[in-house]
Write a protein of this length. Structure first.
Length: 584
């Protein structure tokens, strides 16, 4: 599979013209200018003064070559460096400066440029630096233990990659890393900003993907800020940047190349802690399928998923949870659960907005909104699609003493095993405009789980406009009527009952029902009591259809205002033409 990433991470380089990715040379072809002179560098393998390896030479290294601290090794265009075997390679403690060209890249390869002569690789040590332009690295990554390459902080003696960067500065451009036995590149550079652009990383594999080896790039922590741009990955065990999961201790941007997450545990949340922001750039492709991970936004943390219409963000088998006091903006995203992950988006905080996002194939809820006791939530959602969920598409509930205001404009909820939308506790104010609720209740436990919109709790107020509710084995809309409601231009087809059901309630405070333009029948299926202190106002033009023996009763101390007009009378009638027995 060929994966091409063309987005920039962390910095904006829109003014830079893209460069055509380099093409791989065949094993037999080093460069367009064939080398003339063999130079044995092992006569002095520790470089202690600034040194240049020139074009037209083959530098033979049947040893470990070391660039000392504060020393620069420059490798010119057309120079070829051949390492003699599995224990051979290049240690950089100072500076490696490679100045290849499109026609004459500088090449680091095995003896005779033969893949059978696998060598160790290039290792950049702490405080070293490398500037690699038109650089080809191939046939490295041997699994040998070489103590010359070990250090007490970053790695033991065993090879990790063809290019191993350990707290060093790296700029790589127009280059290739191919045909290695481990990862292509390892970046262990927390808090640094390595840059890899316009380059190809291919065929790095140990043929055992279960051990997280064979990644195009291995980024050993999320807490760094690389710049990835215009990279081509192919033929690796993982054609992605592998990012190890950790809690954020700095601001982080993700994107610029396809990313997969890994960790050494079964429970791996990416915690966004107080004072830090995690931003996901347009076009980012984040694969969380290898671990049980999700974004967890703690109080004071911020998550910004910043897709665009032309470059949406894709998250596979991942989710988002926003704890109270956290903040999140989700724009133009596609988030899937693979029918394995619990909730797509779990909101427990104010300060969350959702814009043009799709959530699908979760085992829990696609969106779960919970206002914790004595807290308040206001949430805005625009053009949100929920599909193929194992539970309810959306679950909304408020804890004791809390309030919850949810406003959703545009989008749909389809294919849920249970209700399309469930509101299970109040006080909740739910506004739906231009939303389609269709084909839910596919595998319900009972009749409470087979409906379009199911709101069977006190203190739930509904404001519905241009909402379509279609094809449910249960009710279109089922509402416990102890709340206010406005319903305009609803449509319902293919449900067990194509109506707005008022399930009976006790009205204990001021409520207003505006149902004159509901667009579908309003059916009262149980008795409505206006208790002492309750005030019910019904707008002109409303028609309430009562099932047999159901009625509206105004108790002592309660009040009913049903003030119709000649043009818009308020009508209390039987629910069905075929109905027999007494009605209201």
């Amino acid at each position: 599979m060929l994966v091409t990433a063309t987005l920039l991470m962390a910095v904006c380089l829109s003014s830079v013209s893209p460069i055509t990715p380099v093409a791989s040379s065949s094993p037999e072809h080093i460069s367009s200018s064939q080398p003339q002179t063999d130079v044995d560098v092992c006569t002095n393998p520790v470089i202690t003064t600034d040194t240049t390896w020139s074009a037209g030479n083959v530098y033979l290294a049947d040893c470990v070559v070391t660039v000392s601290a504060e020393v620069t090794l420059t490798v010119e265009a057309g120079a070829v460096v051949q390492f003699g075997g599995s224990g051979r390679g290049l240690r950089v403690l100072g500076t490696l400066n490679v100045t290849g060209s499109a026609d004459n890249p500088a090449v680091f390869t095995s003896l005779d440029n033969d893949p059978a002569n696998s060598w160790y690789g290039i290792v950049m040590y702490e405080n070293s630096s490398a500037n690699l332009d038109y650089t080809h690295i191939r046939y490295a990554g041997s699994g040998a233990c070489v103590w010359d390459f070990a250090d007490s902080i970053y790695n033991n003696c065993y090879n990790r990659a063809q290019l191993d960067v350990r707290m060093a500065s790296l700029i790589m451009n127009n280059s290739e890393v191919r045909d290695g036995d481990n990862d292509g590149i390892v970046l262990q550079t927390p808090s640094l900003t390595p840059s890899i652009q316009n380059s190809s990383i291919s065929n790095n594999t140990n043929n055992n993907p279960s051990d997280n080896v064979g990644q195009a790039i291995n980024q050993t922590t999320i807490n760094m800020q690389p710049e990835y741009l215009n990279l081509t990955f192919s033929g690796n065990d993982f054609n992605q940047v592998g990012v190890k999961v950790a809690s954020l201790n700095q601001d982080v941007n993700l994107g610029g190349a396809p990313i997969r997450f890994y960790c050494g545990f079964t429970w791996c949340p990416i915690e966004i802690n107080t004072g830090f922001t995690l931003s996901v750039q347009p076009g980012a492709n984040l694969d969380m399928s290898g671990v049980n991970t999700f974004f967890f936004v703690n109080s004071g943390g911020t998550l910004n998923i910043q897709g665009t219409e032309l470059a949406p963000v894709t998250i596979t088998k991942g989710g988002v949870e926003v704890y109270y006091g956290g903040a999140a903006t989700l724009s133009y995203c596609d988030i899937s659960g693979g029918r394995a992950l619990g909730n797509g988006l779990y909101v427990r905080s104010d300060g969350v907005t959702i814009d043009h996002c799709n959530f699908h194939d979760f085992s829990g809820y696609e969106i779960y909104i919970y206002s914790e006791p004595n807290r308040s939530i206001h949430l805005e959602a625009t053009d949100v699609e929920l599909a193929n969920n194992h539970d309810d598409g959306m679950m909304i509930t408020a804890g004791t003493g809390s309030t919850l205001d949810m406003r959703w404009s545009g989008g749909s909820v389809t294919g849920s095993s249970d209700n399309g939308i469930t509101v299970s506790g109040g006080p909740v104010s739910l506004t739906l405009k231009d939303v389609i609720i269709s084909g839910n209740g596919l595998n319900p436990y009972d009749s409470s789980e087979e409906n379009g919109l199911y709101a069977n709790a006190n203190n739930i107020s509904l404001y519905l406009e241009n909402v379509q509710i279609n094809d449910h084995p249960g009710e279109s809309v089922y509402w416990n009527c102890n709340g206010s409601i406005s319903a305009k231009n609803l449509s319902a087809t293919g449900n067990e009952r194509d109506a707005l059901v008022l399930a009976g309630c006790a009205v204990t405070t001021g409520r207003e029902w505006d149902l004159a333009e509901a667009g579908i029948p309003v059916v009262v299926t149980n008795t409505i009591n206006v208790d002492s202190g309750g005030v019910l106002s019904i707008t002109p033009g409303t028609t309430l259809g009562f099932e047999t023996a159901k009625y509206l009763a105004v108790k002592q101390g309660g009040a009913l205002y049903a003030l119709g007009t000649a043009d818009k009378p308020i009508v209390f009638s039987r629910a069905y033409e075929t109905q027999s027995g007494p009605t209201a």
